[in-house]
Write a protein that binds this ligand. Sequence first.
Ligand SMILES: [Zn+2]
Length: 275
Amino acid sequence: MTLTVTFDLEDHRSSPTQEERFVAMSHRFLDFLEQRGITATVFIVGEIARSHARLVQRVAAGGHEIGLHGLRHVALGDVGPARLQAELREGRELLEDVAQAPVRGFRAPIFSLTPATEWAVEQIYSAGFAYSSSVLPAANPLHGWPGAPRQPCRWSNGLLELPCPVGGIGRVLIPFLGGIYLRYVPSPLARYFLRGLDDSAVPWSYSHPYDLDPDERFFVMPHAGWLTSRIVHTRRGATLPRLEAAVLAAGGAGQPLGEIARELTSLDLPAIGSS
Ligand SMILES: [Zn+2]
């Protein structure tokens, strides 16, 4: 087993007047990867290619795969069916122009691909994506799809889905390899969850620029209330050491998701979705 490292590169500020720290934190993450020879998948919000082209170019120059994390960091349901496809195309083209690399993967902001937004699957596929990494197959306070497959699966139109790895006891499942869970779940328990993953599951971690930032001043984040923002604001210094431990526990860093998706192209996979 190996662990694929992914990063969601987004500007999480609630207002443009706030100090912009996501750029420095993204460089911190890229330094971490390069020092360890890890090649990651970096899902980038399309608008960032316009405002921070050099950062996107550093990701590409490091040999990392670039995927789209929405044109804007907005949940699929809030973008809506009238605008999504045009936004996905624009975001993909922006990233491809700046990075000079193909963009084949998509991750919905806040794992917002759920039964309520299944209409988005056709638009994601039509916008030119080969795979999605947008489903959290568990109940979650923000977005989740309890009961969705926990291994690579295929939508009826052929789009591949690489769901977020979850672990747990009984019916309580958590995405233990990412976000706040990565730094809160005790390492022995994380290793237990890792061993418990299905053989066909694709283990990947996910982190955000703010997950690495112990020095940021507290504020209530968009898409989150005060309590969630408080939890997200703590233990940030533990993220990179925990990520390093998880990679070691998994037996090393895995290939970027795009390479895994390519290898799965011709395989029979379970179905996801209602049709
Ligand atoms: Zn995000």
